[in-house]
Design a protein around this ligand. Sequence first.
Ligand SMILES: [Zn+2]
Length: 83
Amino acid sequence: MTLKDKATASLYITIFGCVAAAGAPGLGAKLFGAGIGLAGLGLRRAWRRCPRCGAFLSSDAQENCEKCGARIPWNEDPGRRLK
Ligand SMILES: [Zn+2]
C-alpha cells in the first residue's frame, strides 16, 4: 500500500465507525462503531508520518514535510519499490 492508500483507507475506517456509531440501534453496537472510528483515527496518526523525520502530516495533499522539508512519497509503495 502506498501512503496515499493508507491515508484514504484510514479515512474510510473512521467514517464507517462514525456512521455505525450514529446508526447503530443499541449501546453496545454504538460503542463498537465508536471503537472502529477511533481505530481509524489512530491509524491516520500512525500512518501519516514523514518517512525521514517521523513528523505527523496535517494534510493528505502536502508535497513536503513541514518540519524537515522532505518530499512525501504519497504514491510510492515501499513493499514494491524496485532496486
Ligand atoms: Zn520530515
